[in-house]
Design a protein around this ligand. Structure first.
Ligand code: GLC
Ligand code: CA
Length: 527
């Protein structure tokens, strides 16, 4: 594994909502550069930027019109290169968002591909061979193009699927992954990757990474083959660069060459039981709140999470990292389901489990989910994408533009949390996040790839304890999310029972058990 990943903690930035430096109401790249000190001060040493490329923004930039050009609303390519340089000067790394599965329908490749005359780009997207043909199980668009064919979509209507070929070809218009057009698409996306690596980026978060090859096997054999090729090219060209996949299947993605995969908050999976557990992930209003593991009055135990996470972690740990998130631009904010006391324990746990954690901008100060009409294809995701709240000045310090010109409104609540209000208070949520991350960086046993073992997890019991590291420096972490004290029975107790880190009350030790006070987290040295 690339060395810098071992100690990496990522901060996800939605560029339109982070910091506006030219008073046009929208966040920009120079704004991110200006705030690097803040991000580093949190304990985050790496960034993931959501797409910042030229786009008609029908899906907030996940509909790329020009892969090699920064969207003018965020600045210029030179601004982005300056951000890479400023980050590197601080020892930080920057991942861009690569959207390889589709482009905007306004991309020049798609325009050429739509032409009735055959040309070099006719096969860049997945086209059927007749205006009346269906997409063989994939969503498709008919009647739009001069070309006599229909085309397959990867996500929204504005996002035609790039052609990486088919696992099993059933129709004459389907090519194998080694077909000439599919190979040309692969080369074209590699050309985009190389362009940004050469400009100084440190790798990519890869959008819908599992979606490339159609009619794939359940094990995604053909999509994995494409990624093995692309990741090998990346490692040859830039050995220190990394990729994290939006896939949620590390046994597939990491073996296909990704350095990291995300555990996503899929409805009803172990992760949503941990910190979200809302039904109706596609609706604006979260329901079923109160049953997540970290909810004080929940009856959920940690096995709901472990039953899902542990087998995937075990199956993939030798190949890379399975990463936990506080949230992202597609999820409801973590504050929608957990109150502040609950979130402190959730953060402490997420930041001490294996993998490189990803902190979504604003979660560290407790930004709230806003009920807003959809913006740029956001739908219920829009409420998690509002401007960062810096201080009490106009627009909460995000922008000097008139409020009605902002990309999205800022939180109108009189007690909207801000960085300035928490900055100097070690007891604030921001202060807590900083102290957990500082502790993490100070302990090699908490490195992303350091050993992990469950020490205590029982059905019907609320406490959870796990070990990190091995031998000298090994640590025992324990959390009790419940409103009452809980025992953690342990066969072998640490010699030194003073916690080396804790949130909440002081734990006590007696009769081969650690008693954790209500809503507390503690770490003990095991050597
Ligand atoms: C991913 C992105 C999401 C986007 C979709 C289509 O899931 O995270 O925001 O809408 O892909 O690109
Ligand atoms: Ca701006």
């Amino acid at each position: 594994m690339v060395n810098w990943l071992k100690d990496a903690v990522f901060y996800e930035i939605y560029p339109q909502s982070f910091y506006d430096t030219n008073a046009d109401g929208i966040g920009d790249i120079p704004g991110i550069t200006q705030k690097l000190g803040y991000v580093q001060g949190l304990g985050c040493n790496a960034l993931w930027l959501n797409p910042c490329f030229d786009s008609p923004f029908k899906d907030a930039g996940y509909d790329v019109r020009d892969y090699k050009k920064v969207a003018p609303r965020y600045g210029t390519n030179e601004d982005l290169k300056a951000l890479f340089a400023a980050a590197h000067a601080r020892g930080m790394h920057v991942l861009l968002d690569l959207v390889p599965g589709h482009t905007s329908e306004e991309h020049a490749w798609f325009k050429a591909s739509s032409a009735p005359e055959k040309n070099d780009l006719s096969g860049r997207y997945i086209w059927t061979d007749s205006w009346i043909e269906n997409g063989d199980g994939m969503p498709f668009i008919a009647g739009e193009a001069a070309r006599c064919g229909t085309y397959v979509l990867n996500f929204f209507k504005c996002q035609p699927a790039l052609n990486y070929g088919y696992g099993r070809c059933r129709r004459p218009w389907q090519q194998p992954i080694t077909g000439p057009d599919a190979m040309a698409t692969r080369d074209a996306i590699w050309d985009v990757m190389r362009f940004w690596l050469d400009a100084g980026c440190d790798g990519f978060r890869v959008d819908m990474a599992d979606s490339l090859v159609k009619n794939d096997t359940p094990q995604k054999r053909y999509t994995c083959a494409v990624w093995r090729d692309l990741s090998a090219r990346l490692k040859r060209h830039a050995p220190e660069a990394v990729m994290v996949s939006e896939w949620n299947h590390p046994a597939q993605s990491l073996k296909a060459g990704f350095d990291m995969d995300f555990m996503l908050d899929w409805q009803g999976n172990g992760y949503s039981w941990l910190v979200r557990n809302y039904d109706g992930a596609t609706e604006g209003v979260p329901k079923n709140i109160g049953k997540a593991y970290f909810c004080k009055d929940s009856t959920t135990d940690i096995t709901k999470f472990l039953d899902d996470w542990l087998p995937s972690y075990e199956a993939s740990r030798k190949h890379g990292l399975y990463c936990l998130i506080t949230g992202n631009h597609d999820t409801l904010r973590i504050s929608a389901g957990l109150d502040e006391a609950e979130r402190r324990l959730a953060f402490a746990t997420l930041f001490t489990l294996p993998g490189a954690p990803f902190l979504y901008y604003g979660d560290e100060i407790g930004m709230r989910y806003q009920n807003l009409p959809t913006k740029e294809g956001g739908y219920n995701r829009t409420g998690s994408r509002t401007p960062m709240q810096w201080d009490q000045s106009a627009n909460l310090g995000f922008s000097a533009a008139p409020a009605e010109k902002l990309y999205l409104p800022v939180d109108p609540a009189p007690d909207a949390p801000t960085v300035a209000a928490q900055e100097d208070d070690p007891g604030s949520l921001l202060g807590t996040v900083r102290s957990i991350l500082a502790f993490r960086h100070s302990r090699p046993a908490l490195a992303a790839d350091a050993p992990f073992a469950v020490e205590y997890a029982e059905k019907g019991r609320r406490a959870f304890a796990w070990r990190r590291g091995r031998g000298r420096g090994a640590l025992l972490c324990a959390v009790n999310p419940a409103g009452t004290a809980c025992d953690v029975p342990l066969a072998s107790l640490p010699h030194r029972m003073e916690p080396v880190f804790r949130l909440g009350g002081e734990p006590t030790v007696k009769n081969a058990a650690i008693t954790l006070p209500p809503q507390s987290f503690a770490v003990f040295a095991l050597d």
